[in-house]
Design a protein around this ligand. Sequence first.
Ligand SMILES: Nc1ncnc2c1ncn2[C@@H]1O[C@H](COP(=O)(O)OP(=O)(O)O)[C@@H](O)[C@H]1O
Ligand SMILES: [Mg+2]
Length: 476
Amino acid sequence: MRVLIIGSGGREHALTWKIARSPRVHEIVCAPGNGGMAGEVVQSSGVPVRCEKLRATDVAGMLELAMEFQPDLTVVAPDDPLAAGMVDAFEANGFRAWGPTKAAARFEWSKGFSQHFMDRHGIPTAQSRVCQSVDEAIGFASLFDGNVAVKADGLALGKGVVVCHSMPEAESAIQSMMVGKSLGDAGDRVVLQERLDGLEMSIHALCDGDRWLAFPSSQDHKPAYDGDLGPNTGGMGTYSPTPFMSEKAFQDAAASILDPWIKGCRLEGIRYKGLIYPGIILTKSGPKVIEFNSRFGDPETQIYLPRLENDLVDLMEACVDGTLGEHKLQWSTKSAVCVVMASGGYPGPYEKGRTITGIEAAEAIPGIKVFHAGTGDFLGEPRDKRRTRPGGHRSRSFPRSRQKSRLSGRRPNPFPRGILSPGYCSQGFCRVSSFNFLKGMGANNYVVYDKFKNHSGFMRGRRAGLPCHAAWWASR
Ligand SMILES: Nc1ncnc2c1ncn2[C@@H]1O[C@H](COP(=O)(O)OP(=O)(O)O)[C@@H](O)[C@H]1O
Ligand SMILES: [Mg+2]
Protein backbone atom coordinates (compact mmCIF):
# COMPACT_ATOMS: atom_id res chain seq x y z
CA MET A 1 0.00 0.00 0.00
CA ARG A 2 0.98 3.61 -0.55
CA VAL A 3 0.06 6.03 2.24
CA LEU A 4 -0.01 9.84 2.15
CA ILE A 5 0.21 11.58 5.54
CA ILE A 6 -0.72 15.26 5.81
CA GLY A 7 0.87 17.40 8.53
CA SER A 8 4.24 18.33 10.05
CA GLY A 9 3.95 18.05 13.83
CA GLY A 10 4.96 15.57 16.50
CA ARG A 11 1.59 13.89 16.06
CA GLU A 12 2.25 13.32 12.36
CA HIS A 13 5.74 12.02 13.06
CA ALA A 14 4.27 9.50 15.51
CA LEU A 15 1.64 8.47 12.93
CA THR A 16 4.32 8.09 10.28
CA TRP A 17 6.53 6.06 12.61
CA LYS A 18 3.63 3.70 13.39
CA ILE A 19 2.34 3.40 9.82
CA ALA A 20 5.89 2.70 8.60
CA ARG A 21 5.73 -0.42 10.79
CA SER A 22 2.67 -1.85 9.04
CA PRO A 23 3.56 -4.93 6.98
CA ARG A 24 0.93 -3.81 4.47
CA VAL A 25 2.61 -0.49 3.66
CA HIS A 26 5.49 -0.21 1.23
CA GLU A 27 5.67 3.52 0.50
CA ILE A 28 4.89 6.69 2.48
CA VAL A 29 4.81 10.32 1.38
CA CYS A 30 4.37 13.07 3.97
CA ALA A 31 3.28 16.59 3.15
CA PRO A 32 4.82 18.76 4.32
CA GLY A 33 6.44 16.42 6.86
CA ASN A 34 9.41 17.36 9.02
CA GLY A 35 13.03 16.41 9.62
CA GLY A 36 12.10 13.45 11.78
CA MET A 37 9.51 12.09 9.38
CA ALA A 38 12.03 12.32 6.54
CA GLY A 39 14.32 10.12 8.61
CA GLU A 40 11.83 7.25 8.92
CA VAL A 41 12.06 4.18 6.73
CA VAL A 42 9.15 1.94 5.69
CA GLN A 43 9.96 -1.33 7.41
CA SER A 44 8.48 -3.79 4.91
CA SER A 45 10.26 -2.32 1.88
CA GLY A 46 13.24 -0.41 3.26
CA VAL A 47 12.07 2.63 1.30
CA PRO A 48 12.74 5.97 3.05
CA VAL A 49 9.75 8.19 3.77
CA ARG A 50 9.54 11.05 1.25
CA CYS A 51 8.50 14.57 2.30
CA GLU A 52 6.93 17.05 -0.08
CA LYS A 53 6.87 20.73 0.83
CA LEU A 54 3.24 21.76 0.62
CA ARG A 55 1.07 23.69 3.04
CA ALA A 56 -1.13 21.24 4.98
CA THR A 57 -4.21 23.29 4.04
CA ASP A 58 -3.37 23.45 0.31
CA VAL A 59 -6.23 21.27 -0.92
CA ALA A 60 -5.50 21.69 -4.64
CA GLY A 61 -1.78 21.04 -4.11
CA MET A 62 -2.48 17.91 -2.07
CA LEU A 63 -4.80 16.58 -4.76
CA GLU A 64 -2.13 17.18 -7.37
CA LEU A 65 0.34 15.25 -5.22
CA ALA A 66 -2.20 12.46 -4.83
CA MET A 67 -2.71 12.26 -8.61
CA GLU A 68 1.02 11.68 -8.93
CA PHE A 69 1.56 9.39 -5.93
CA GLN A 70 -1.78 7.50 -6.14
CA PRO A 71 -2.06 6.76 -2.41
CA ASP A 72 -4.26 3.85 -1.32
CA LEU A 73 -4.95 5.74 1.90
CA THR A 74 -4.51 9.39 2.89
CA VAL A 75 -4.31 10.33 6.56
CA VAL A 76 -5.48 13.88 7.26
CA ALA A 77 -4.14 14.53 10.75
CA PRO A 78 -4.33 18.26 11.68
CA ASP A 79 -7.49 20.25 12.42
CA ASP A 80 -7.15 22.96 9.77
CA PRO A 81 -7.04 20.78 6.63
CA LEU A 82 -10.03 18.87 8.05
CA ALA A 83 -11.88 22.16 8.48
CA ALA A 84 -10.82 23.13 4.94
CA GLY A 85 -12.60 20.03 3.58
CA MET A 86 -9.51 18.00 2.65
CA VAL A 87 -11.29 14.67 3.19
CA ASP A 88 -14.28 15.77 1.11
CA ALA A 89 -11.99 16.83 -1.75
CA PHE A 90 -10.08 13.55 -1.68
CA GLU A 91 -13.26 11.49 -1.62
CA ALA A 92 -14.75 13.53 -4.47
CA ASN A 93 -11.68 12.63 -6.53
CA GLY A 94 -11.91 8.94 -5.79
CA PHE A 95 -9.21 8.73 -3.09
CA ARG A 96 -9.67 6.99 0.24
CA ALA A 97 -9.04 9.45 3.05
CA TRP A 98 -9.02 8.88 6.80
CA GLY A 99 -10.53 11.67 8.89
CA PRO A 100 -13.91 13.37 9.26
CA THR A 101 -15.46 15.37 6.43
CA LYS A 102 -15.71 19.13 6.84
CA ALA A 103 -19.29 18.80 8.10
CA ALA A 104 -18.32 16.14 10.67
CA ALA A 105 -15.19 18.02 11.76
CA ARG A 106 -17.50 20.87 12.79
CA PHE A 107 -17.37 19.39 16.28
CA GLU A 108 -13.94 21.00 16.47
CA TRP A 109 -14.16 24.03 14.20
CA SER A 110 -17.31 25.36 15.85
CA LYS A 111 -17.48 25.22 19.62
CA GLY A 112 -20.97 26.73 19.35
CA PHE A 113 -22.16 23.84 17.20
CA SER A 114 -20.67 21.31 19.65
CA GLN A 115 -22.24 23.01 22.63
CA HIS A 116 -25.70 23.06 21.05
CA PHE A 117 -25.24 19.43 19.99
CA MET A 118 -24.30 18.36 23.52
CA ASP A 119 -27.29 20.20 24.94
CA ARG A 120 -29.63 18.63 22.37
CA HIS A 121 -28.45 15.09 23.03
CA GLY A 122 -27.94 15.07 26.78
CA ILE A 123 -24.15 14.74 26.68
CA PRO A 124 -22.74 15.65 30.10
CA THR A 125 -21.20 19.14 29.81
CA ALA A 126 -20.83 22.43 31.66
CA GLN A 127 -23.76 24.83 31.94
CA SER A 128 -23.28 27.04 28.97
CA ARG A 129 -24.57 29.60 26.50
CA VAL A 130 -23.65 30.35 22.92
CA CYS A 131 -23.69 34.16 22.67
CA GLN A 132 -23.97 36.49 19.68
CA SER A 133 -23.73 39.75 21.62
CA VAL A 134 -21.59 41.26 24.35
CA ASP A 135 -24.60 41.97 26.55
CA GLU A 136 -25.80 38.40 26.38
CA ALA A 137 -22.33 37.10 27.24
CA ILE A 138 -21.86 39.46 30.16
CA GLY A 139 -25.34 38.56 31.41
CA PHE A 140 -24.45 34.86 31.45
CA ALA A 141 -21.05 35.46 33.07
CA SER A 142 -22.66 37.39 35.90
CA LEU A 143 -24.82 34.37 36.78
CA PHE A 144 -21.54 32.71 37.80
CA ASP A 145 -19.85 35.82 39.27
CA GLY A 146 -17.39 35.69 36.38
CA ASN A 147 -16.33 32.10 37.07
CA VAL A 148 -16.64 31.12 33.43
CA ALA A 149 -14.61 29.95 30.48
CA VAL A 150 -14.95 32.36 27.55
CA LYS A 151 -14.39 30.60 24.22
CA ALA A 152 -14.20 31.81 20.66
CA ASP A 153 -16.48 29.79 18.40
CA GLY A 154 -13.94 29.08 15.64
CA LEU A 155 -10.44 27.59 15.39
CA ALA A 156 -7.96 29.81 17.23
CA LEU A 157 -4.72 27.80 17.39
CA GLY A 158 -5.27 26.96 21.06
CA LYS A 159 -5.50 30.66 21.98
CA GLY A 160 -9.26 31.01 21.90
CA VAL A 161 -10.14 30.24 25.53
CA VAL A 162 -9.86 32.46 28.61
CA VAL A 163 -10.67 30.82 31.94
CA CYS A 164 -11.93 33.57 34.27
CA HIS A 165 -12.21 33.96 38.03
CA SER A 166 -13.95 37.35 38.28
CA MET A 167 -16.38 39.61 36.44
CA PRO A 168 -13.72 42.13 35.33
CA GLU A 169 -11.69 39.25 33.87
CA ALA A 170 -14.73 37.81 32.09
CA GLU A 171 -15.81 41.21 30.76
CA SER A 172 -12.40 41.96 29.37
CA ALA A 173 -12.16 38.51 27.70
CA ILE A 174 -15.60 38.97 26.13
CA GLN A 175 -14.80 42.51 24.95
CA SER A 176 -11.47 41.60 23.42
CA MET A 177 -12.89 38.59 21.52
CA MET A 178 -16.15 40.13 20.37
CA VAL A 179 -15.31 43.83 20.00
CA GLY A 180 -11.51 43.98 19.86
CA LYS A 181 -11.56 41.07 17.38
CA SER A 182 -8.43 39.67 19.02
CA LEU A 183 -9.08 36.36 17.24
CA GLY A 184 -10.60 37.70 14.01
CA ASP A 185 -13.81 36.07 12.82
CA ALA A 186 -13.29 33.12 15.19
CA GLY A 187 -14.60 35.39 17.97
CA ASP A 188 -17.79 36.58 16.25
CA ARG A 189 -19.69 34.13 18.38
CA VAL A 190 -18.52 33.10 21.82
CA VAL A 191 -19.38 30.12 23.97
CA LEU A 192 -19.53 30.70 27.69
CA GLN A 193 -19.30 27.78 30.08
CA GLU A 194 -19.45 27.71 33.84
CA ARG A 195 -15.92 27.11 35.15
CA LEU A 196 -15.61 23.47 36.15
CA ASP A 197 -13.32 22.21 38.89
CA GLY A 198 -11.56 18.88 38.71
CA LEU A 199 -8.89 16.90 36.93
CA GLU A 200 -8.73 17.36 33.21
CA MET A 201 -8.40 14.32 30.94
CA SER A 202 -8.83 13.51 27.32
CA ILE A 203 -10.66 10.67 25.62
CA HIS A 204 -9.52 9.37 22.25
CA ALA A 205 -11.83 7.12 20.27
CA LEU A 206 -11.75 5.79 16.74
CA CYS A 207 -15.09 6.02 15.01
CA ASP A 208 -16.45 4.44 11.81
CA GLY A 209 -19.69 6.39 11.61
CA ASP A 210 -21.65 3.80 13.60
CA ARG A 211 -19.53 2.79 16.53
CA TRP A 212 -16.59 3.95 18.58
CA LEU A 213 -13.57 2.26 20.16
CA ALA A 214 -11.94 4.20 23.01
CA PHE A 215 -8.23 4.29 23.75
CA PRO A 216 -6.92 3.87 27.33
CA SER A 217 -6.63 6.81 29.70
CA SER A 218 -4.05 9.54 29.32
CA GLN A 219 -3.41 12.98 30.69
CA ASP A 220 -1.48 15.92 29.35
CA HIS A 221 0.35 18.79 30.99
CA LYS A 222 -0.51 22.09 29.40
CA PRO A 223 1.30 24.90 31.24
CA ALA A 224 4.99 25.41 30.58
CA TYR A 225 7.40 24.73 33.46
CA ASP A 226 7.18 22.25 36.30
CA GLY A 227 4.41 22.68 38.82
CA ASP A 228 2.12 24.26 36.19
CA LEU A 229 3.91 27.57 36.78
CA GLY A 230 4.22 28.77 33.19
CA PRO A 231 1.86 30.04 30.51
CA ASN A 232 -0.55 27.69 28.78
CA THR A 233 0.91 25.81 25.81
CA GLY A 234 -0.35 23.35 23.21
CA GLY A 235 0.91 20.58 25.52
CA MET A 236 4.24 20.10 27.30
CA GLY A 237 3.89 16.39 27.93
CA THR A 238 1.58 13.42 28.26
CA TYR A 239 1.51 10.01 29.84
CA SER A 240 -0.64 6.91 29.68
CA PRO A 241 -2.23 5.18 31.51
CA THR A 242 -3.22 7.46 34.41
CA PRO A 243 -2.92 6.24 38.00
CA PHE A 244 -5.96 8.03 39.43
CA MET A 245 -8.62 6.19 37.46
CA SER A 246 -9.00 2.48 36.69
CA GLU A 247 -9.34 1.50 33.04
CA LYS A 248 -12.85 0.27 33.79
CA ALA A 249 -13.88 3.62 35.29
CA PHE A 250 -12.27 5.38 32.35
CA GLN A 251 -14.13 3.28 29.78
CA ASP A 252 -17.38 3.92 31.67
CA ALA A 253 -16.69 7.66 31.52
CA ALA A 254 -16.02 7.37 27.80
CA ALA A 255 -19.30 5.51 27.29
CA SER A 256 -21.26 8.13 29.27
CA ILE A 257 -20.13 10.65 26.65
CA LEU A 258 -19.68 8.70 23.43
CA ASP A 259 -22.90 6.65 23.58
CA PRO A 260 -25.17 9.73 23.53
CA TRP A 261 -22.77 11.41 21.12
CA ILE A 262 -22.93 8.66 18.48
CA LYS A 263 -26.69 8.38 18.94
CA GLY A 264 -26.95 12.11 18.31
CA CYS A 265 -24.78 11.79 15.20
CA ARG A 266 -27.07 9.06 13.87
CA LEU A 267 -30.18 11.14 14.53
CA GLU A 268 -28.69 14.14 12.76
CA GLY A 269 -27.25 12.20 9.84
CA ILE A 270 -23.60 12.92 10.73
CA ARG A 271 -21.36 10.03 9.70
CA TYR A 272 -18.24 10.69 11.73
CA LYS A 273 -15.23 8.71 10.53
CA GLY A 274 -11.83 9.18 12.10
CA LEU A 275 -10.81 10.05 15.61
CA ILE A 276 -13.03 11.88 18.09
CA TYR A 277 -11.31 13.41 21.07
CA PRO A 278 -13.47 14.97 23.76
CA GLY A 279 -11.72 17.03 26.42
CA ILE A 280 -13.29 16.31 29.81
CA ILE A 281 -13.12 17.49 33.40
CA LEU A 282 -13.79 14.98 36.17
CA THR A 283 -16.15 16.97 38.38
CA LYS A 284 -17.75 15.90 41.64
CA SER A 285 -20.88 15.10 39.67
CA GLY A 286 -19.11 13.03 37.03
CA PRO A 287 -17.12 13.60 33.86
CA LYS A 288 -18.19 16.61 31.79
CA VAL A 289 -17.16 17.55 28.28
CA ILE A 290 -15.58 20.96 27.74
CA GLU A 291 -14.84 20.55 24.03
CA PHE A 292 -14.55 18.13 21.14
CA ASN A 293 -11.53 17.77 18.89
CA SER A 294 -11.89 16.00 15.57
CA ARG A 295 -8.40 14.54 15.28
CA PHE A 296 -5.61 12.85 17.24
CA GLY A 297 -4.21 14.90 20.11
CA ASP A 298 -0.70 16.26 20.05
CA PRO A 299 1.22 15.10 22.14
CA GLU A 300 -1.27 12.29 23.04
CA THR A 301 -0.55 10.48 19.76
CA GLN A 302 3.11 10.23 20.76
CA ILE A 303 2.24 8.11 23.81
CA TYR A 304 -0.69 6.16 22.42
CA LEU A 305 0.92 4.81 19.27
CA PRO A 306 3.97 3.25 20.96
CA ARG A 307 1.47 1.39 23.21
CA LEU A 308 -0.86 0.34 20.38
CA GLU A 309 -0.23 -3.23 19.22
CA ASN A 310 -2.73 -3.32 16.34
CA ASP A 311 -1.76 -2.40 12.82
CA LEU A 312 -2.93 1.23 12.67
CA VAL A 313 -3.59 0.96 8.93
CA ASP A 314 -6.11 -1.86 9.53
CA LEU A 315 -7.91 0.33 12.06
CA MET A 316 -7.88 3.40 9.83
CA GLU A 317 -9.30 1.40 6.94
CA ALA A 318 -11.96 0.00 9.24
CA CYS A 319 -12.97 3.60 10.13
CA VAL A 320 -13.34 4.42 6.44
CA ASP A 321 -15.16 1.17 5.58
CA GLY A 322 -17.45 1.11 8.61
CA THR A 323 -16.04 -2.19 9.90
CA LEU A 324 -14.57 -1.13 13.23
CA GLY A 325 -16.82 -3.70 14.92
CA GLU A 326 -14.52 -6.44 13.64
CA HIS A 327 -11.57 -5.03 15.58
CA LYS A 328 -10.46 -4.99 19.16
CA LEU A 329 -7.78 -2.58 20.32
CA GLN A 330 -4.69 -4.23 21.81
CA TRP A 331 -2.47 -2.19 24.13
CA SER A 332 0.93 -2.87 25.56
CA THR A 333 0.90 -3.08 29.36
CA LYS A 334 3.90 -0.76 29.35
CA SER A 335 3.38 2.85 30.30
CA ALA A 336 4.40 5.71 28.08
CA VAL A 337 5.45 9.26 28.80
CA CYS A 338 6.18 12.09 26.42
CA VAL A 339 8.36 14.97 27.53
CA VAL A 340 8.16 17.93 25.18
CA MET A 341 11.34 19.92 24.72
CA ALA A 342 10.77 23.38 23.35
CA SER A 343 12.90 26.28 22.29
CA GLY A 344 13.31 29.04 24.90
CA GLY A 345 10.44 31.53 24.74
CA TYR A 346 7.78 29.00 23.68
CA PRO A 347 4.73 29.44 23.74
CA GLY A 348 5.58 33.09 23.02
CA PRO A 349 7.92 34.05 20.19
CA TYR A 350 10.94 31.76 20.06
CA GLU A 351 14.09 31.55 18.03
CA LYS A 352 14.01 29.16 15.10
CA GLY A 353 16.82 27.51 13.19
CA ARG A 354 18.70 26.35 16.26
CA THR A 355 20.66 23.13 16.17
CA ILE A 356 19.35 20.10 18.04
CA THR A 357 21.95 17.60 19.13
CA GLY A 358 21.99 14.29 20.93
CA ILE A 359 19.09 12.62 19.16
CA GLU A 360 20.96 9.47 18.11
CA ALA A 361 22.37 9.08 21.60
CA ALA A 362 18.89 9.35 23.09
CA GLU A 363 17.41 6.86 20.65
CA ALA A 364 20.20 4.37 21.26
CA ILE A 365 18.63 3.76 24.68
CA PRO A 366 16.00 1.02 24.52
CA GLY A 367 12.46 2.35 24.79
CA ILE A 368 13.28 5.89 23.74
CA LYS A 369 11.99 7.45 20.59
CA VAL A 370 12.46 11.08 19.60
CA PHE A 371 9.56 12.58 17.70
CA HIS A 372 10.06 15.88 15.92
CA ALA A 373 7.67 18.76 15.56
CA GLY A 374 8.24 21.33 12.87
CA THR A 375 11.93 20.56 12.42
CA GLY A 376 13.35 21.59 9.09
CA ASP A 377 15.30 20.02 6.29
CA PHE A 378 16.71 16.63 6.99
CA LEU A 379 20.47 16.83 6.52
CA GLY A 380 19.92 19.86 4.30
CA GLU A 381 20.81 17.68 1.34
CA PRO A 382 18.96 17.37 -1.95
CA ARG A 383 16.13 14.88 -1.78
CA ASP A 384 17.42 12.53 -4.49
CA LYS A 385 20.78 12.16 -2.79
CA ARG A 386 19.14 11.43 0.49
CA ARG A 387 16.85 8.81 -0.96
CA THR A 388 19.62 6.79 -2.43
CA ARG A 389 21.24 6.30 0.91
CA PRO A 390 20.41 2.96 2.46
CA GLY A 391 19.26 2.29 5.95
CA GLY A 392 17.67 5.46 7.29
CA HIS A 393 19.13 8.16 9.44
CA ARG A 394 20.09 6.09 12.42
CA SER A 395 22.75 4.22 10.57
CA ARG A 396 24.20 7.34 9.10
CA SER A 397 25.76 8.66 12.26
CA PHE A 398 28.77 7.25 14.01
CA PRO A 399 28.83 3.43 13.99
CA ARG A 400 26.08 1.93 16.07
CA SER A 401 28.30 -0.57 17.81
CA ARG A 402 30.46 2.22 19.18
CA GLN A 403 27.42 4.18 20.15
CA LYS A 404 26.04 1.26 22.09
CA SER A 405 29.19 0.35 23.93
CA ARG A 406 29.83 3.90 25.00
CA LEU A 407 26.38 4.12 26.43
CA SER A 408 26.04 0.74 28.02
CA GLY A 409 29.00 1.11 30.32
CA ARG A 410 27.43 4.09 32.04
CA ARG A 411 23.77 3.51 32.19
CA PRO A 412 22.66 3.25 35.80
CA ASN A 413 18.98 3.51 34.88
CA PRO A 414 17.01 3.87 31.70
CA PHE A 415 16.38 7.56 32.34
CA PRO A 416 19.13 9.67 30.90
CA ARG A 417 18.65 12.69 33.11
CA GLY A 418 21.43 14.42 31.28
CA ILE A 419 19.39 14.49 28.13
CA LEU A 420 16.65 16.30 29.93
CA SER A 421 18.85 18.84 31.63
CA PRO A 422 19.01 22.34 30.22
CA GLY A 423 22.49 21.51 29.03
CA TYR A 424 20.97 19.31 26.39
CA CYS A 425 19.27 22.12 24.62
CA SER A 426 20.77 25.14 26.29
CA GLN A 427 18.23 27.61 24.97
CA GLY A 428 15.29 25.31 25.49
CA PHE A 429 13.27 23.82 28.31
CA CYS A 430 10.99 20.96 29.17
CA ARG A 431 8.88 19.82 32.08
CA VAL A 432 10.68 17.13 33.97
CA SER A 433 7.76 16.53 36.32
CA SER A 434 5.77 14.19 34.07
CA PHE A 435 8.90 12.18 33.51
CA ASN A 436 9.74 11.93 37.20
CA PHE A 437 6.16 11.10 37.95
CA LEU A 438 6.21 8.02 35.76
CA LYS A 439 9.57 7.03 37.10
CA GLY A 440 8.06 7.18 40.59
CA MET A 441 5.41 4.73 39.47
CA GLY A 442 8.15 2.25 38.61
CA ALA A 443 6.61 1.75 35.20
CA ASN A 444 8.30 0.33 32.14
CA ASN A 445 8.89 3.49 30.30
CA TYR A 446 8.81 4.51 26.73
CA VAL A 447 10.20 7.98 26.71
CA VAL A 448 9.40 10.30 23.89
CA TYR A 449 10.71 13.76 23.28
CA ASP A 450 8.90 16.07 21.02
CA LYS A 451 8.46 19.58 19.77
CA PHE A 452 11.99 20.81 19.61
CA LYS A 453 10.50 23.75 17.80
CA ASN A 454 13.80 24.26 16.10
CA HIS A 455 13.60 24.69 12.41
CA SER A 456 16.17 23.38 9.98
CA GLY A 457 17.33 21.16 12.66
CA PHE A 458 19.91 19.27 14.39
CA MET A 459 21.84 17.90 11.47
CA ARG A 460 23.70 21.10 10.88
CA GLY A 461 25.69 20.56 14.01
CA ARG A 462 26.89 17.25 12.79
CA ARG A 463 27.77 18.53 9.39
CA ALA A 464 29.82 21.24 10.99
CA GLY A 465 31.83 18.48 12.62
CA LEU A 466 30.19 18.40 16.04
CA PRO A 467 29.47 14.89 17.24
CA CYS A 468 25.72 14.72 17.68
CA HIS A 469 25.93 13.40 21.22
CA ALA A 470 28.24 16.19 22.40
CA ALA A 471 25.62 18.13 24.27
CA TRP A 472 24.47 15.07 26.08
CA TRP A 473 27.84 14.06 27.38
CA ALA A 474 28.68 17.63 28.20
CA SER A 475 25.64 17.90 30.36
CA ARG A 476 26.43 14.95 32.55
N1 LIG B 1 -15.58 25.00 31.46
C1 LIG B 1 -14.30 24.99 31.80
N2 LIG B 1 -13.95 24.96 33.10
C2 LIG B 1 -12.64 24.98 33.49
N3 LIG B 1 -11.60 25.01 32.63
C3 LIG B 1 -11.89 25.03 31.31
C4 LIG B 1 -13.23 25.02 30.83
N4 LIG B 1 -13.21 25.04 29.49
C5 LIG B 1 -11.91 25.07 29.15
N5 LIG B 1 -11.10 25.06 30.23
C6 LIG B 1 -9.63 25.09 30.21
O1 LIG B 1 -9.17 25.77 29.05
C7 LIG B 1 -8.42 24.88 28.21
C8 LIG B 1 -8.73 25.16 26.75
O2 LIG B 1 -10.10 24.98 26.51
P1 LIG B 1 -10.67 24.04 25.37
O3 LIG B 1 -12.15 24.12 25.43
O4 LIG B 1 -10.05 22.70 25.50
O5 LIG B 1 -10.22 24.80 24.04
P2 LIG B 1 -8.96 24.70 23.06
O6 LIG B 1 -8.31 23.36 23.26
O7 LIG B 1 -9.59 24.84 21.71
O8 LIG B 1 -8.10 25.86 23.41
C9 LIG B 1 -8.80 23.50 28.66
O9 LIG B 1 -7.76 22.59 28.39
C10 LIG B 1 -9.09 23.69 30.14
O10 LIG B 1 -7.86 23.65 30.89
MG1 LIG C 1 -8.54 21.62 24.31
